[in-house]
Design a binder for this molecule. Structure first.
Ligand SMILES: CC(C)(COP(=O)(O)OP(=O)(O)OC[C@H]1O[C@@H](n2cnc3c(N)ncnc32)[C@H](O)[C@@H]1OP(=O)(O)O)[C@@H](O)C(=O)NCCC(=O)NCCS
Length: 260
C-alpha cells in the first residue's frame, strides 16, 4: 500500500468524524463521534487541523492523528488507523508527521494519554520516545440527592484563583486552564478549605478542577447529578475521597510526554 500524509484540513468535518470512528474500531471503550463532537473537541482542546494529519492508503483515508497546540506544548488528541491498514507502519508515520508539524510550530513537548490496557498503542509511543509521566484516572460518582454540605456557589474566577493557591499540580490537557477558558457556563464552588470548578452541559456534572478539602465539594456536586472527573492524577488528594464516597474508576491511563 502506498501511503501519503496530508493536512487534516483537506477533509470536511463529516469526513473527519467518519474517519475518526472507523480508525477507532475495536477500541477498548465505546467510541463514537459526530460532526458536532469533532467541532467541540477542536475548539475545547485547541486541535489544529493544519498541523493534524490524515494518512491516505492507495488514495483512501486510512488513519488520522490530531494535534492540539498551546504555545510550546502539543497534545495528541486522537490517533487511529483503520483495522485493515494496522501493523503496516501507518500509525508510526502519522505520529512522526505530527511531530514534524509540532517542531515547525516551535512546540517543545508533546503530551498524550493512553489507556493502560492499550498495550499496542503504548508500545508505539515508547518506540517513538514517549515516557510515562504519571497515571491519571477517569472517575464517576453517582448522584445522591440527600446530602449536606457547606459548599457555596461563588464566581468561577474566584474559585479558580483559590484552586491555584491550593494546588500546584499540573492539570491534564483536557482540564487545563486553556480548556476551561473555552467553556461557557463554568461554575465555582467553595468552602473555607477548598474550591472547585464545574460545568453541567447535560445530566452529568463535569468536575473540571479542584483544590483543597474535596469531600464537601464532591458532596455538593453529586446533589446536582452524577459527577464525572476526567484524568484525575492517581495520586491526587481527591482520589481517596472519591473512593470513600462510592465513586468508581472507569478508565486508567498513562500520561506520556515526548520532549522534541
Ligand atoms: C494504535 C494504532 C494507532 C497503531 O497504528 P498502526 O498503524 O497499527 O501502528 P504501526 O504499524 O505504525 O506500528 C508501529 C509499532 O508500534 C507497535 N505496535 C503497534 N500496534 C501494536 C500492537 N497491536 N501490538 C503490539 N505492538 C504494536 C509495534 O512496535 C509496531 O512496530 P512493528 O509492527 O514493527 O512491531 C492502531 O492500533 C489503532 O488505530 N488502534 C485503535 C485506536 C487507538 O487505540 N488509538 C490510540 C489511542 S491512545
Amino acid at each position: 500500500m502506498a501511503v501519503e500524509l496530508r493536512s487534516a484540513r483537506l477533509l470536511s468535518p463529516s469526513e473527519r468524524a467518519a474517519l475518526f470512528n472507523a480508525a477507532y474500531e475495536g477500541y477498548l471503550v465505546p467510541f463514537h463521534v459526530d460532526e458536532a463532537t469533532v467541532a467541540f473537541m477542536a475548539d475545547a482542546f485547541d486541535l489544529d487541523p493544519d498541523a493534524s494529519r490524515i494518512a491516505y492508503g492507495d488514495g483512501e483515508p486510512v488513519g488520522l492523528a490530531n494535534l492540539g497546540v498551546r504555545g510550546e506544548d502539543g497534545w495528541i488528541g486522537g490517533i487511529g488507523v483503520v483495522t485493515a491498514a494496522r501493523r503496516s507502519g501507518v500509525g508510526k508515520a502519522l505520529m512522526q508527521a505530527v511531530h514534524e508539524q509540532a517542531r515547525e510550530r516551535g512546540i517543545r513537548r508533546v503530551w498524550l494519554e493512553v489507556i493502560v490496557e492499550n498495550t499496542g498503542a503504548f508500545a508505539l509511543y515508547e518506540k517513538l520516545g514517549y515516557r510515562t509521566v504519571r497515571d491519571v484516572e477517569v472517575w464517576s460518582l453517582p448522584l445522591s440527592v440527600s446530602e449536606s454540605s457547606d459548599a457555596r456557589e461563588i464566581p468561577a474566577e474566584g474559585a479558580h484563583a483559590r484552586i491555584r493557591e491550593l494546588s500546584s499540580e499540573r492539570e491534564p490537557w483536557q482540564r487545563a486552564d486553556e480548556t476551561v477558558a473555552h467553556y461557557d457556563n463554568v461554575r465555582g464552588l467553595a468552602t473555607d478549605a477548598g474550591a472547585a470548578l464545574h460545568r453541567q452541559p447535560g445530566e452529568h456534572v463535569q468536575l473540571l478542577q479542584i483544590g483543597g478539602e474535596a469531600e464537601p465539594l464532591l458532596r455538593a456536586l453529586r446533589m446536582l447529578g452524577p459527577v464525572s472527573v476526567l484524568n484525575l492524577p492517581a495520586d491526587d488528594p481527591a482520589a481517596p475521597v472519591l473512593r470513600e464516597l462510592g465513586a468508581a474508576v472507569a478508565v486508567r491511563q498513562h500520561e506520556m510526554l515526548l520532549e522534541l
